[in-house]
Design a binder for this molecule. Sequence first.
Ligand code: FCB
Length: 474
Amino acid sequence: MTSLQDDTSAAPAAPFPTGFRWGAATAAYQIEGAAGEGGRGPSIWDTFCRTPGKVLNGENGDVAVDHYHRFREDVALMSSLGLTAYRFSISWPRVQPTGAGTFNSEGVDFYRRLVDTLLEAGIEPWPTLYHWDLPQPLEDKGGWPERETAHRFAEYAAHVHDALGDRVRHWTTVNEPWCAAFLGYASGEHAPGRRDAAASLLAAHHLLLGHGLAVDAMRAKNPDNKFGAAVNLYAVSPATDAPEDVDAARRIDGLQNRLFLDPLLLGRYPDDVLADTERFGFTPPDADLAVISRPIDQLGINYYSRHTVAGTPGEAAQTASSPFSTHSPWVGSDHVRFVPAGRPVTGMGWEIDERGLHEVLTRLHREYPSLPLYITENGAGYDETLDGAGTVQDAGRIAYLDAHLRACHDAISEGVPLNGYFTWSLLDNFEWAWGYSKRFGLVHVDYATQRRVPKDSARWYAGVIRRGGLPGRA
Ligand code: FCB
């Protein structure tokens, strides 16, 4: 395969540190397909996709972008971009079809082959153990609101680590516990589609507990490996400085950011969030916090946008931008409205605000110091088609990535220990409740033929990697 890297011999105007990881991210259910192959069991997303009205156009991940069969071609694509690391997720139901008991060696072998292929290409594998595809039999037993699920997760994590821990150094436990808990169990926009506020808070707690138990289990096997979680953080601003807006911002920041960061990094839940959610009977056992806050070696940050919120006493809670929801994932934040702040938006309707990323990074450095940070997702989704020349001129994505990488560069210059950046996503893929309608890839995929065509942004990103930083501003 020819290299996508342009001639970038000139020194970058905004250089990144030597050893900075340049990556791209994907997730199993979104790309693998082969849902009925290789001994894989059913996941909650298989079930959810078959529930009428849940996913746009009734689409599903049965085939997705067929990465299960095309992973070698995809690793070659990564090489042509010059990626130094690749973040992917391991499908729990592929490795342990019922989520308990017997493991499926065929599933483990798939990831072993993927990892070996990456290593041969000089690309560091960065697996995530849970990117939302819970084995359906575990949901049938109560899912994440059940404590037992956290123990099952740790057992699965230890098994995968046994198989790959000799060649995989950086491990991410759970991806975006906010989404898994609140979109999955409160608003029902994501699998398993439940709408139960009390259950969603328990799910959040058990995702965190599962993270801590998994870190313990894996670290016991190899203390030299690096362990962490990936959280989706937002910058949050009040619409005005009126007290009700400032309080709305506190509550949303509490649920989006601090509900996860404080237990993970400080070993306690924020008092104000506990007070806001008290009426749902959320009383997590103190003893769990010692496990949840086991020292981690890295924190993954998924950043897309900023929330601007207003307090609206008397009105019901509203969700940010989703047309799918009638229930709110903002459990305990009644009378909050998400307001547009007038910034340009991506094809998802998400406001573009790279300063929010800088804000998130500098805040982490200030409030939770000395923790090695990685951007584990950042990117822009659009409705795109190949043009007449057979390519995608995705100037909007290039501008988005450029602006966010400049924000990262600024943060690093100010002393923030940011060590890598994984753009979401390597390939167009199944975008959850949006089906295949939104494309986030550097590489376009024709879903009918599975043909991969690098977009302009792929060439641009390859240039950044080759240069080791950003070009001067145009
Ligand atoms: C994140 C998810 C990822 C992808 C992006 C657009 O919330 O982790 O799988 O869907 O959003």
